[in-house]
Design a protein around this ligand. Sequence first.
Ligand code: 4AD
Ligand code: MG
Length: 431
Amino acid sequence: MMSFLPIAQLFTAPSDQEVEARGWIYRARSSGAIVFLVLRDATGIIQVTVKKGNLPDREFEAAHGITVESSVTVKGRLHEDRRAPGGREMRASGFEVVGAAQVFPITQHQSEELLLDHRHLWVRSREQTAVMKVKAAAMAGARSWLEENDFTEVTPPILTTNACEGGTTLFKLKYFDRDAYLSQSAQMYLEALLFSLERVYSITPSFRAEKSRTTRHLTEYWHLELEEAWVDYRGNMEIQEQMVTAMIESVLAGAKDELLLLRKDIEPLKAIAPPFKRMTYAQAVDKLRGLSYEISWGCDLGAPEERALTAEETVPVFVTNYPKECKAFYMKEDEDDPRTYACADLLAPAGFGEIIGGSERETDLGKLIARMQEQGIAMGPYEWYLDLRRYGSVPHSGFGLGVERVVKFVCGLEHIRDAIPFPRTVSRVYP
Ligand code: 4AD
Ligand code: MG
């Protein structure tokens, strides 16, 4: 019995030998006694020609009437053909239908809405497949860098009772007879775990109930978060630039063809290497004012400001030392500039904007409590977090990277929803 070869291998297999492949019909066109098919599997596509007389009539008729997205098996010989994609085609001597497809609802040039309604089918497209491979390569690159650098992967909870990033963007749910929330960030749990493991990371979904209809917000996204004992906010940035570079290198090494399918130019990605650029929030404000942005000290930077700041950049940019009023209470006050936190956001170049938010963490129990009181944050749900400052606290830092933000940047996508197979946004939770 013959075994099925992945389509990618058909381009290196000896061309005189009979092979068998299986997959889905990507394209189909008939002209009389010849049927031209393109077969797709997880590894690629190949042209298949089916000629009447080269296989049993019943099988030819099946190929003749085949619909796009039907699943099939094909037997045949490989031939060099410069007109075929990849320079080879398969000439069929056998054709079997596994699962016939009804008329596929997605054809070329569909509206974005139709594609989103049929996401369960659109995920088969070559673009979506390429994005998923890029994402997998980026995550694998992060994981191997983290393992090499002594980080332990941990599994924090998704159901929580406390807000990490403020109460306004929490999804609330009934937890038996109590209220609970879907996690916005694993950070506080990672902080608890660094007291035994020192360097920890997690990859979890995070949930944000913000009603932002933008090209960079999802309500459910994948969050890669790290927490590092004995590291200050400068060390935190060094970890970020190394890990992000490792992610991009992994994509270039493992998913280059997919990148080429998605984006015109991969040269800018090759140029990304440590050290990334650093500027303070104050410098960013000066630069923005120079570009005629009206911005006053204390305002958080939005998408337009981030775009303006990074439009001309070729490497990512850290913006450090944000004013306290625009960041979360758990950040460490900067000793050299107490109006600010020892924090940094990492902005991707060429106008992409924030991909990471991070900081050194406040270890001073008194300062934490005072800030929470000032901001009217109820202490109850955070008692366990405050305990972490009561029992052998150490300087530490951490950050959260939005995986889809990185994928959007690396693939050059217009919209973040294309960086996740089943996007959840303000207007969409189906399919
Ligand atoms: O800046 P954020 O809100 O920071 C935190 O949650 C920290 N507690 C993380 C930490 O230090 N462990 O979120 C971190 C990152 C952002 O930089 C962005 O990349 C991504 O998460 N992010 C989103 N991605 C998609 N859709 C959204 N609605 C996002 N909100 C944040
Ligand atoms: Mg942020």
